[in-house]
Design a protein around this ligand. Structure first.
Ligand SMILES: *Cc1c(COP(=O)(O)O)cnc(C)c1O
Length: 343
């Protein structure tokens, strides 16, 4: 069994992190003359809390974890990139991911010059844990799982994920960006059992704050200390911290939106299936529906002509003929359905 220490890149193991003014002095003071800030324009003149203590307390309550198990990033894209920078030695280590899946894992692998191994899902988009484990070797530092998966929309089987958690001794990332739309609980409740598990959530989807850029990584306190050492000190602005905190205080609104999207997903799925241009709609545990059509390219272009934009996923592994359709409002979905009924 490799320890977290052993999994780290050597330069990160020995890293002496940047010490900012707010690290040196904590608490209330009469005057702050330590950070070369401008005394005007309160409160935006001050550097924000680099560890977002207040917001993390709120998120910890919401998610049932401890504050020290949380890292906040500029979207979940930031912790995805940090995983490579912390654990993967360029040109030497590799990562293994399911295919098809979210595109950012392979882009971050390329940017960091780390080998990216793709393991195809089964035809029905289910996960074969043994096949994935067979693609790992002693240089595999990270396995990426996305559940519910993008662009396929399905949850990965709990038993198969457990097999990987039990037998892979590197870092396992479970990206749960769409977990609020699934009817199964998050893997968060298992965090204390697996010191090598990282779970990603985001405020971009169910919370309707994609433009705010705030994502969450949950992991053992040890992994979080390395995230904190490597991230930019002031990655989350005061505006973001305040706004996210306020949205959590009004979470009944998010819960209402979530229910509306789930109702529309059911209706959209049913209506799509009736259309002549639709061959198959795949079951969705997310806020989008992968739809196999008679002519994805042609339909995509015709929809664009009418000002309706969906995601063309035709060239993605296992997805030929497929469009990925986000569940919108009832009115938006009706506009799409009416246009598709003429194709
Ligand atoms: C949308 C999405 C995210 C969220 O990314 P942010 O950077 O938090 O906006 C993460 N993972 C997957 C699989 C996604 O589809």
């Amino acid at each position: 069994m490799r320890t977290i220490e052993q999994l780290l890149r050597p330069n990160i193991r020995s890293l002496k992190p940047y010490s900012c003014a707010r690290d040196e002095f904590k608490g209330e003071a009469r005057v702050y003359l330590d950070a070369n800030e401008n005394p005007r324009n309160q409160p935006y003149n001050r550097y924000p809390d680099p560890l977002q203590v207040q917001l993390k307390e709120k998120i910890a309550q919401l998610k049932g974890v401890r504050p020290l198990q949380i890292m906040l990033g500029v979207g979940s894209d930031e912790p995805i990139d940090l995983v490579f920078r912390i654990f993967c030695e360029p040109k030497e280590d590799n990562v293994v991911a399911i295919e098809p899946t979210y595109g950012m894992y392979s882009v971050c692998a390329e940017i960091n010059d780390v080998e990216y191994r793709r393991v195809r899902l089964n035809e029905d988009f289910s996960l074969d844990a043994e096949k994935l484990l067979n693609a790992t070797d002693e240089h595999t530092k990270v396995v990426f799982l996305c559940s519910p998966n993008n662009p396929t929309g399905n949850l990965l089987d709990k038993g198969e994920i457990e097999k990987i958690l039990r037998s892979f001794d590197g870092i396992i990332v479970i990206d749960e960006a769409y977990i609020d739309f699934a009817d199964t609980p998050s893997w968060l409740s298992q965090l204390d059992q697996y010191p090598n598990l990282i779970i990603l959530h985001t405020f971009s989807k169910a919370w309707a704050m994609a433009s705010v850029r705030c994502g969450m990584a949950f992991a053992s306190e040890q992994i979080i200390t390395y995230f904190n050492k490597v991230k930019y000190p002031y990655n989350i602005s005061l505006l973001t911290q305040q706004y996210v905190s306020e949205r959590i205080d009004h979470r009944e609104e998010k819960e209402l939106w979530q229910k509306q999207i789930l109702n529309e997903r059911t209706r959209l799925q049913k209506e799509l299936a009736k259309l002549p241009c639709v061959i198959k709609t795949y079951h969705s545990d997310a806020n989008f529906i992968l739809t196999r059509t008679t002519d994805a390219n042609g339909i995509y272009k015709s929809l664009v002509q009418e000002g309706i934009i969906v995601r063309l996923r035709d060239t993605v592994t296992l997805c030929d003929g497929c469009l990925r359709i986000t569940v919108g409002t009832r009115k938006e979905n009706d506009i799409l359905l009416e246009a598709l009924s003429r194709m």
